[in-house]
Design a protein around this ligand. Structure first.
Ligand SMILES: C[S@@+](CC[C@H](N)C(=O)[O-])C[C@H]1O[C@@H](n2cnc3c(N)ncnc32)[C@H](O)[C@@H]1O
Length: 341
């Protein structure tokens, strides 16, 4: 009887997670051809940071690509809303195309998060039907910022590839991570997006560690971006409180710009009780992460709540249990406001 009640609650919380836009982020590789100073690396040890992984460039690998495929397919078969394939840089994985094609997507949205430097891997072949959307990172149009803060070589190649992926038939959204380092660049990223009719989403940097200098400057309130968008005469067409925070949607020309403002609202649930990072939290309850490091990560900062993927229990059962812990009693969930410390 207790088990049945338990399972019923877990299923209900899985529904809440998906209906409220919870993200399931699967990091299939821990290699990247950039080195963004702010990268949370989906909570994996970052081998590109001296000291984090002194042993190598790839980072620890604990589970195989096929095991990750099994995990994703468990999520889709339960009716999960969206899975984001991420990394590291997922296009750097030699088997990326085979992997995307092997997902049993059912009704789940499949999104690829990428810096698009290796877009040729998708452009040299017909469009992959399983892929609903590509979220392309574009944080600047300035070559120097791209080189000095993100470790890249050619920002014009990135912009060309974004346009080429759209022309190839993919639904593309630009992801812009806002900080002191690139706030003056928002205008030109927006202009690029509008010129090519590509939707844009702006989020502010989320703290993945306790480094006092993490933001490399001030924490920038996304309100700053909203003011710039509103100055263009853009209309607000929507606003939602979802897992991960409050998002306002603007219409500009034929495309949309979403601004996620965690200072206006980020989700606190039972999972957060006793958490010592509350003041610093820039993400709230947002999504479940898993990766080739073989760890389930319900949140970025609380490493003590990470746990190993096990073969002793079905993937579906593990997913249900962790999401249940993240959501807790939904009546207790609330959106916190204020700037993270
Ligand atoms: C971790 S990356 C991995 C996928 C791929 N390499 C890319 O660039 O999209 C996924 C997205 O998370 C964003 N991101 C990483 N760390 C972040 C942080 N601390 N705060 C806000 N966004 C972050 C990146 O800018 C990128 O848009």
């Amino acid at each position: 009887m207790i088990l049945e009640v338990d399972l019923e609650r877990k299923r209900r919380n899985f529904r809440v997670f998906n209906e409220r836009g919870g993200k399931f982020r699967v990091a299939i590789v821990n290699v990247c051809n950039l080195n963004c100073f702010f990268c949370h690396n989906e909570a994996m040890v970052n081998p590109r940071r001296p000291g984090e992984d002194p042993n190598g460039k790839v980072g620890p690998v604990h589970i195989s690509l096929d095991e990750l495929l099994g995990i994703i397919n468990a999520f889709t078969s339960r009716g999960g809303g969206q899975v984001n394939i991420t990394g590291g840089e997922p296009l750097a994985h030699r088997e990326i195309v085979r992997f995307l094609e092997d997902i049993d997507k059912r009704s789940t949205r499949v999104v690829l998060n990428t810096n698009v430097i290796l877009a040729d891997r998708l452009l040299n072949r017909p469009r992959i039907g399983n892929l609903d959307s590509i979220y392309a990172s574009l944080h600047t149009t300035d070559g120097e910022i791209f080189r000095d803060q993100l470790g890249g070589r050619s920002i014009s190649k990135v912009m060309d590839n974004i346009v080429a992926l759209k022309t190839h038939g993919y639904d593309v959204q630009i992801n812009y991570s806002l900080g002191d380092y690139n706030k003056e660049e928002f205008g030109s990223v927006l202009k690029f997006a509008v010129r090519h009719g590509i939707d844009l989403k702006a989020i502010t940097l989320v703290r993945p560690n306790e480094d006092p200098d993490f933001y490399r400057g001030a924490w920038i309130d996304p309100q700053w971006i909203s003011a710039q968008i509103e100055a263009t005469g853009a209309r607000v067409v929507g606003s939602e409180d979802s897992l991960g925070g409050q998002t306002t949607t603007y219409a500009i020309g034929g495309m949309t710009v979403k601004v996620k403002n965690i200072a206006r609202g980020r989700l606190e649930t039972d999972f957060c009780s006793g958490c010592t990072y509350k003041e610093k939290c820039g993400e709230g309850i947002y999504g479940l992460r898993v990766g080739i490091d073989g760890l389930w990560k319900p949140w970025l900062l609380r490493h003590e709540r990470f746990r190993s993927v096990t073969q002793e229990e079905s993937y579906e059962s593990q997913i249900l249990t962790i999401i249940d812990e993240m959501i807790g009693s939904w009546e207790n969930a609330r959106f916190l406001t204020g700037v993270p410390a």
